[in-house]
Design a protein around this ligand. Sequence first.
Ligand code: SAM
Length: 267
Amino acid sequence: MDYAKKKFGQNFISDKNLINKIINILDQEQDHLIIEIGPGRGALTKELCKRFKKVVAIEIDTDLEVLLKSEINESNFELIMEDVLNVDLKKLIESNSCKKVSLISNTPYYITSEIIFRTLDVSKFLDKAIFMVQKEVALRICAKANENNYNNLSVAAQFYSEVNYEFTVNKNMFRPIPKVDSAIISLKFHQAYLNQIKDDKAFVAFVRKLFNNKRKTILNNLSTTINTKQRATEILALTKIENNKRPENLSIEDFINIYKETKNGNN
Ligand code: SAM
């Protein structure tokens, strides 16, 4: 496939059953704004336009503009030709007035984490996000404490949402065929943890630091993060977490408790 650009992580899907299976995960409320990152040749986009009130797609590859505009004539379709990393998603959401907003992306693999973190940043406004990512990344995001691959991205995603590994997608479903299988994951956003922490972005950044040295103990990572071993020892005693545990052994609640304690209750 000579039209696929590797530098933009282009692997296209076209199978109707797969497309419907993915879109069925969204809440079928019609008064729903769907933001799609990377519409590509419009495989998902066309079906989304049929089912929902408004679809805004953000695409970086200017060579796809003509094709997308000619293939999709629906009046509820808006195309933003831009690098998603330059788009203010909050502004975009606020300028539309639908009952629900969700986000969907067969993500370009080279910026999967950035897309997920940016989605989490605006999660307060979202019902769901659906991502097609490399299978290994999907397993990481859905991993629970003590499981392989559990890391700061798993904690961040699960802080904001209930994550669900929906299904594996065989690499042969894509053109061109990538090296590895993919998977669909869904994030159903909730406020349960957000209500406990005022500055959620600071919390996510704090967790990221605690995972800096995954192989070292939580005492070690916390001491480095807050620059004092004595206070780190006190905090772990207060939160009833053993010093020699590793970040990958801690639950979301453990991270929240440690964070709150570092703020001395002023979360
Ligand atoms: N949605 C299509 C599909 O499922 O067949 C295409 C998915 S393809 C894996 C990823 C898409 O994201 C491509 O169309 C690519 O050009 C686009 N893309 C890559 N980097 C992007 C960026 N920084 N901002 C917006 N779109 C981007």
